[in-house]
Design a protein around this ligand. Structure first.
Ligand code: SF4
Length: 901
């Protein structure tokens, strides 16, 4: 792992997944792939990568790539066209809608995966030249509440601290953040602070996550009650005389009102405990740790943001830091952990519908300034529609043309079924994508005209991204553009040219765009706006090509340095004072009932990203959580008559899904958790977004993705099975399945109620007709094992067994990948009995080295006082990215061995 061939020059680039923004070294191989390592010189990761970053080389296949522009005009099918035809269709379609229905009838839906340069030109085209602000982004689902909270408190969307503060903190508070899985490399810096400096870690989360397992104090808070906890903290700090009144008086406003509201919500530790569902002793312990520790960083993420009261939660956290001046100083501050690789870059260019550009809004002065800078003929007059409202406008028919870039809203948005239906109403549906098929592309089949534009993927394009600590890094290409794929900035500028705006979009490459973006940030700024990278406005092409990671602000004429904000005030409000915000009393937007007695919390798993269009291509990333699942407290599970390892139908008022059941005592009673990753392209009946409510935060427009009332009911399947093939696999309609990435073919895990006899027939039709079939059938035990061989190569199989059976997926997969089998291996395959060295390893815990649960348990059982270091020495598990370390510790804890930290 992380070893590159010596003497081959590596390309320095950045990871395309989470907001940690790790530096990556890539060396292209001769097969269109690449060898990957962490960049030891990048200040976000110093050479480390998590499991997802380490597996980037597995995800570069062109198998399912969209390689040519395509158009479908109803009624009809998608057909390949040349670029001129596609771009003309986009431009003329947009022009028709704008002329006929006005600019508000057009919308762009962008992505935190886009590069800043792509974002900049899309935002400029829509807001400056088409005349609408209907540009929103999937970042609305990710960090909009942090943006709104920052702007309310600081007068600008700014993260005050840097990663160095996490290294230097004595107390790290994680709120609604499973950083061990979702920001793994930064999490390892937290663990290093704990190990090396004795920093304490507090985790506040309704679920006992992998992160919670490392915590010195875990607070299993009731869903949605974070603001109550931080109100209680503010009151406690006031009552114990721990506030910095000199700072409050000199640099802030609104403190008295905020404290009064906090007293109404949580007047003391006992009231706080009641409001939050926590033990009073734990609440008091947290309050005292915060009070006694000067260097406190509070990191927050989706558990805070993805809420109908997310902005209030953010401000309640910021209030506690402002009141104690734990902000802008080493080792202190509120810290929003951004979900996506370039959500920050999108914020910088103004790629949200309630921003104009470069951290400017829609005041007359700001409109005038941006309009003059862009020489915009048709500047948007007001804020546009935020994501949820935007798709509802499509549903109502008031938006007629939509351009989706690099995201999959039919899977990720709340009420995803309604979103899918809405897309069919569009006159013009443009999708810039890497993949040939996903749920969003499929949903556009009903639109009057659909245009698919093949965008460049990671490794094929140049530009910049900004991570959670305001650090701008270069993404660089190290692979040629495949087929007719083009960078998104090029596609947008070609459309702009065809719309008659060529002179304003005469960019020769991303460096031109970056220079203009930097110049706008500094235009008539004079230090009044936080976002200023004017020092880079004159950067040469060569310097842009070689640009090292740089943190903003980077003002012209000022020395380059890492800057913290607000230790001495100087906020970006008109009076330069921060604002305390009095939050509303926290209450869930939608109540549970006897029909929907549980709360559905949605989130991510360790080794997958978003809708799996990229990570789903990596066999090793698929081994940790191969099937869509729901976690439920065993007591709730038994009450709902579920079985651990069985299946459940989860239903809300918006939709339902069928998911594998995992009993987990770390789930709060009354809460269930399901990951968001699976789509119709990758599984059956597993689109979790379809079930989620669309209740929005009133300030940020961010939807509540973590508290939808739901119920769980058992689903019985008579048989489970696996199917592998060198070609495509199509199972009978009604079969529950989850696709698996596998080297050299395709694979699915499935479950079915079709009768035994029918499966025998299906198996024969699903396997290659020209293959030699080897069969093992045991009707009395409900077993079918049919394997297909061509020229001695194991080319496919269908194995079906009773619902309680274990199909030995790991063993079958490795035999399939091996191809030619020895006689003993053939016998193992068909009999299902493990031969020496072929025992199924169980779920893979360490994705980097493919180490399964069974092997780890064996090491733990064989020794005394076994530590994670012992496991690492024996199996290498946990010695690369560290993402599995919390799970290794959990396995040790659950074993008979005494725990050794
Ligand atoms: Fe990529 Fe992992 Fe780093 Fe996030 S922590 S940027 S996913 S390598």
């Amino acid at each position: 792992m992380n070893a590159l061939p010596p003497q081959q020059p590596a390309t320095r680039t950045a990871c395309p997944y989470c907001g940690v923004g790790c530096g990556v070294l890539a060396v292209a191989d001769l097969n269109g792939g690449a060898m990957i390592a962490g960049d030891p010189d990048h200040p976000a990761n110093f050479g480390r990568l998590c499991s997802k970053g380490s597996a980037l080389g597995d995800t570069l296949s062109l198998d399912r790539r969209l390689l040519h522009p395509m158009i479908r005009r109803a009624p009809g099918v998608l057909g390949r066209v040349d670029w001129d035809t596609a771009l003309d269709a986009v431009a003329s379609g947009l022009r028709t809608v704008v002329d006929r229905d006005g600019p508000e009838a057009v919308a762009f839906y962008l992505s935190g995966q886009l590069l800043t340069e792509d974002y900049y030109v899309a935002n400029k085209l829509m807001k400056g030249f088409l005349g609408s602000s209907n540009v929103d982004t999937n970042s609305r689902l990710c960090m909009a509440s942090s943006v709104a909270g920052h702007r309310r408190a600081f007068g600008a969307d700014i993260v005050p601290g840097t990663y160095r503060d996490i290294d230097e903190a004595d107390l790290i508070v994680l709120v609604g953040s499973n950083a061990a899985w979702c920001h793994p490399v930064l999490y390892q810096r937290m663990i290093a602070a704990k190990r090396n400096r004795g920093a304490k870690l507090i985790v506040i989360d309704p679920r006992r996550t992998a992160t919670a397992k490392d915590a010195d104090l875990f607070l299993p808070i009731a869903p949605g009650m974070d603001a109550a906890l931080f109100c209680g903290l503010l009151v406690h700090l006031a009552d114990t005389l721990a506030l910095d009144y000199a700072y409050i008086d000199r640099h802030t406003a609104g403190f008295v009102e905020a404290l009064a509201r906090a007293r109404e919500i949580a007047a003391n530790p006992a009231a706080t405990a009641r409001a939050t569902g926590l033990e009073q002793a734990d609440v008091a312990h947290f309050f005292e740790l915060f009070r006694k520790t000067e260097r406190v960083v509070t990191c927050f993420s989706q558990g805070v943001n993805q809420s109908a009261q997310g902005t209030d939660k953010v401000n309640a956290i910021i209030n506690a830091h402002l009141a104690t001046r734990r902000i802008g100083r080493p080792g202190m501050g509120p810290f929003s952990l951004t979900g996506q690789p370039n959500a920050m870059g999108g914020r910088e260019v103004g790629g949200l519908s309630n921003q104009l550009a470069a951290h400017m809004g829609f005041s007359p002065e700001e409109r005038d300034r941006v309009g003059r800078f862009w020489r915009a003929p048709c500047l948007a007059a007001k804020e546009g529609l935020k994501a949820i409202d935007l798709f509802e406008a499509i549903e109502r028919g008031s938006i007629k043309a939509l351009w989706v870039m690099a995201t999959n809203p039919v899977v990720s948005l709340p009420r995803a079924g309604a979103v899918r239906h809405a897309l069919g109403k569009l006159d013009l549906f443009i999708v810039s994508e890497n993949v040939l098929d996903n749920d969003t592309i499929a949903a556009g089949a009903e639109a009057r005209t659909q245009v698919l534009l093949p965008g460049a993927a990671w490794g094929e394009k140049h530009g910049t991204v900004t991570n959670s600590e305001r650090r701008i890094s270069r993404q660089r290409a190290f692979l040629p553009l495949p087929g007719e794929a083009r960078p998104d900035w090029w596609i947008v500028t070609e459309v702009a040219r065809r719309l008659g705006f060529g002179s304003a979009f005469a960019f020769g490459g991303p460096a031109d765009i970056f220079r203009e973006h930097a110049a706008l940030s500094a235009f008539e700024n004079n230090g009044e706006r936080d976002f200023d990278i004017g020092a880079l406005a004159g950067i040469s092409d060569a310097a842009y090509g070689a640009l090292d990671p740089v943190m903003w602000p980077a003002r012209a004429g000022e020395p380059s340095r890492e800057q913290r904000f607000f230790a001495a005030g100087e906020f970006f409000t008109p009076d330069r004072r921060a604002r305390f915000v009095a939050p509303e009393r926290p209450r869930p937007r939608s109540a549970t009932s006897k029909y929907f007695p549980l709360r559905l919390n949605t989130g991510r798993v360790r080794d997958q990203w978003h809708t799996m269009t990229r990570t789903g291509m990596s066999p090793r990333l698929g081994t940790h959580s191969p099937e869509p699942f729901v976690e439920i407290n065993p007591a709730d599970g038994e009450a709902a008559l579920l079985a651990d390892g069985g299946f459940a139908r989860i239903t809300t008022s918006h939709g339902s899904a069928i998911l594998k059941v995992r009993f987990d005592a770390g789930q709060r009673l009354g809460s269930i958790f399901a990951p968001i990753h699976w789509s119709e392209a990758t599984a059956a009946y597993a689109r979790v977004g379809e079930m989620v409510t669309a209740a929005n935060d009133p300030f940020s427009g961010q939807p509540e993705l973590k508290a939808t009332p739901a119920r769980a009911e058992p689903v019985e399947f008579a048989y489970v099975g696996i199917a592998l093939s060198r070609g495509a696999i199509t199972l009978p309609a009604g079969t529950w399945f989850a696709r698996q990435a596998i080297t050299g073919g395709n694979a699915v895990l499935f479950a079915t109620n079709e009768p035994f006899g029918l499966w025998h027939e299906h198996a024969r039709t699903l396997l290659p007709a020209d293959a030699e079939l080897a069969e093992y059938i045991d009707q009395s035990r409900g077993l079918i094992r049919i394997a297909a061989f061509r020229a001695g190569r194991f080319d496919g199989c269908i194995f079906v067994g009773p619902a309680q059976s274990q199909p030995q997926w790991g063993v079958v997969r490795s035999l399939f990948e091996a191809g030619i089998l020895a006689e003993q291996e053939r016998r193992t395959l068909l009999s299902g009995r493990s031969a020496d060295g072929m025992a199924d390893t169980g779920p893979v815990i360490c994705a980097c080295f493919g180490v399964g649960l069974a092997a780890i348990q064996e090491v733990v059982a064989a020794g005394r006082n076994v530590t994670v270091d012992d496991i690492g020495r024996t199996l290498r598990a946990g010695t690369n990215c560290g993402s599995c370390l919390p799970e290794l510790r959990g396995i040790i804890e659950r074993s008979a061995s005494p725990v050794v930290p």
